[in-house]
Design a protein around this ligand. Sequence first.
Ligand code: HEM
Length: 185
Amino acid sequence: MKETSQRLAPTTIALHWIVGLFFIVLLAVGFYMERNEVYALYPLHKSFGAIVFVLAILRLLWRLGKGFPPAASNYAAWERGLARIVQWVLLIGTILFPLSGLVMSAMGGNGIAVFGVELFPMNPDPANPGKNMPIDKAMAGNARAMHGLLLWVMLGALALHVAGALKHHLLDGDGTLRRMLGRTL
Ligand code: HEM
């Protein structure tokens, strides 16, 4: 289906809301479990992170294959440019953010398991039974730093993105948000 200023493809809408909502929940849970050291949530966070990683790659491929849809209304060139930059940050960030988490976990020796299915093994520390040891400490550290940095980049991009969507809907009264909600304008 060709995307127009009136209508978005169902795949665009489904991928947007599935990746977007998973991503927002992962941000909130990640923040909470880190601050409060709730280790029981880590396996769930990693499992959903791995799922978002795969879906975000599919989404990027979909967007690259289809190109961006034409704007829903005739808004200023600077606004269109800013929206496009923010959308690219979100598209790439939804891949790099979980990827950095997965690398951090794997190289930190804690392995990767998706709902109990092991994709990358743990690295037990023979000197400390029950504990793991890093496979590559420097790489795990870099991935951790990237995960921390991307948190703020993504929060900033998301704030701009949601503010833009609300501005279109409430102030401009155009169909940008309605189109993403599956309505034909
Ligand atoms: C309450 C949350 C959100 C709202 C209200 C919202 C709203 C929208 C709207 C209205 C569009 C269409 C823009 C246009 O037609 O030019 C859009 C596109 C987009 N949104 Fe969101 N969004 C939300 C959350 C997210 C999240 C969490 C992400 C990713 C982390 C995201 C990533 C994108 C991307 C990459 C696009 C570009 C179009 C595409 O590739 O599907 N959005 N969003």
